[in-house]
Design a protein around this ligand. Structure first.
Ligand SMILES: Cc1cc2nc3c(=O)[nH]c(=O)nc-3n(C[C@H](O)[C@H](O)[C@H](O)COP(=O)(O)OP(=O)(O)OC[C@H]3O[C@@H](n4cnc5c(N)ncnc54)[C@H](O)[C@@H]3O)c2cc1C
Length: 440
């Protein structure tokens, strides 16, 4: 089935499942009529809860869900839609308070009945989850602490909300409605069980071992792993995987890294080029050969294999070169001589990660390499500054652009600038692929 059709069907399914609890509530026997605003408030609460429940499925890294969109798009959807669900859930009590101010009494947690306590707890926890997610960096929360708290809060929110629904009892009173609610809750527990237990157990059976750790320019290291007792990954060049080194698949310390080696290797080895950008990655150089590792992947849609193209313009800023290292090595191994222009940008020559790997492939590829330095050395005759519209004009004249594919990976401001420049030059959106390294 074509990916766009798959994507369309996933969206339909999402909308359907979001409104299913509402349909449950309204079908069959319903309680005696209440005013419109109260009904609306309950409806928003049900839909908000279903959307929150669906967040577990969205972020469970199901390959088939991510395939049509790319995991980064799925995660961005997760972030945006959580705000919509948040608004729906908040509207539920607010509308009740407005129509019947006596219900404000239910906010007195210690005197309130359990149904109200669970409802209130769910909303308070949801506020905590949204605040810690939106303001994570400002609150000084490390990614790892936030990730664990996020998971715990999410489960607590949905569990308390389900208890609230059950104890309130309106709309869920008949046996078959109870059965449907139990089934929905079971689906949720199933997704959690899959993510937290089944998948890590399966991963335990597919260990990897570090075979080498090579220093690179730009404060980076290339870590190469071999599959132990299995065939390894079947990945497309440009994809990424989640890496755990010296931990178990149950560990919260896992990080996404692009495959920076060839995906055509017969020995199944994979490489990741890790730049020191934080507490974990700064230690990458200390990883010892022989260390056990786990790899969850591949993920991502940033691959030239997904679309036919007569040529490519690759724009890499800083550590954004890593997926291109994998793509170029793979194209060289395949004997693929389609023309490529690679714009490789960074602060200084010493910080252009992987430069020697790229240069070593020149003979095997039809490659034009354009280096762009922010702080060029004396006598530098190449490009300077940041990749922008003028530079793209020079390196990829319009006649080349008609059916080429454009791949861009780097710091967010560069991604936005290059995307805008390409669009201004009339490059259709479907020919532009962007990889963002800032999922969280
Ligand atoms: C699709 C993708 C591909 C990537 N490929 C590469 C690559 O090839 N080479 C490379 O050097 N970097 C890559 N990164 C970035 C890399 O994942 C982060 O730099 C790394 O996780 C930082 O971890 P840390 O603990 O050292 O830093 P921290 O100080 O803990 O984190 C720095 C920032 O990195 C992000 N981050 C940290 N941990 C995670 C995580 N587990 N999941 C998502 N984001 C996280 C957060 O935004 C965080 O604020 C990629 C990121 C993504 C999303």
């Amino acid at each position: 089935m074509p990916q766009f059709l798959r994507g369309f069907l996933w969206i339909q399914l999402y909308v359907l499942v979001s409104v299913v609890p509402l349909a449950f509530a309204l079908l069959g026997e319903t309680p005696p009529g209440r005013d419109f605003v109260t009904e609306l408030s309950v409806a928003l609460g049900f839909v908000g809860l279903a959307m929150l429940g669906l967040q577990f499925a969205i972020t469970a890294r199901f390959g088939s869900v991510a395939a049509p969109f790319g995991m980064d798009v799925v995660i961005r959807f997760h972030r945006l839609i959580s705000l919509v669900a948040f608004a729906f859930v908040l509207a539920h009590p607010i509308l009740l308070f407005v129509t019947d101010p006596a219900t404000l009494e239910l906010l007195r947690f210690w005197d309130a009945p359990w149904r109200a306590r669970f409802g209130l707890a769910s909303v308070v926890l949801l506020v905590a989850l949204v605040v810690t997610s939106v303001y994570r960096t400002r609150l000084g929360l490390s990614y790892e602490v936030w990730k664990v708290a996020h998971g715990v809060l999410a489960v607590a929110i949905v569990a308390t909300a389900l208890l609230h629904v059950q104890l309130v009892g309106y709309y869920v009173a008949t046996v078959w409605k109870q059965v449907l609610w139990v089934l929905m809750s079971a689906a949720l527990v199933g997704v959690l069980g899959w993510v937290r237990i089944v998948k890590p157990v399966l991963q335990l059976r597919q260990p990897w071992e570090v075979v080498s750790v090579e220093p690179e320019r730009g404060d980076a290291w290339t870590v190469t792993l071999r599959p132990v007792g299995h065939d390894g990954l079947r990945a497309l060049p440009g994809q990424y995987a989640w890496l755990i080194v010296d931990g178990t698949p149950f560990s919260a310390e896992e990080h996404p890294y692009s495959l920076s080696g060839s995906t055509e290797r017969e020995d199944g080895h994979v490489s990741f080029t890790i730049k020191a950008l934080g507490d974990w990655s700064a230690q990458a150089g200390d990883i010892e050969p022989g260390t056990r590792a786990y790899v969850d992947g591949p993920y991502g849609v940033f691959s030239p294999d997904r679309n036919e193209a007569p040529g490519f313009l690759f724009v890499a800023g800083g550590v954004g070169i890593t997926p291109f290292l994998g793509i170029l090595q793979t194209m060289a191994d395949r004997g693929d001589r389609r023309p490529i222009t690679l714009v490789h940008a960074g602060p200084t020559l010493d910080e252009l990660i992987g430069l020697e790997h790229v240069e070593s492939l020149r003979d095997q590829l039809d490659l034009e390499l354009v280096l762009v330095l922010e702080e060029p050395p004396d006598g530098w005759e190449g490009e300077t500054g940041l990749p922008d519209a003028d530079l793209l004009d020079r390196v990829a004249p319009d006649r080349q652009r008609t059916r080429w594919q454009y791949f861009v990976c780097g710091p967010p401001p560069m991604l936005d600038a290059v995307e805008e420049a390409l669009e201004q030059h009339g490059v259709p959106m479907e020919q532009i692929q962007i990889e963002r390294f800032d999922l969280a």
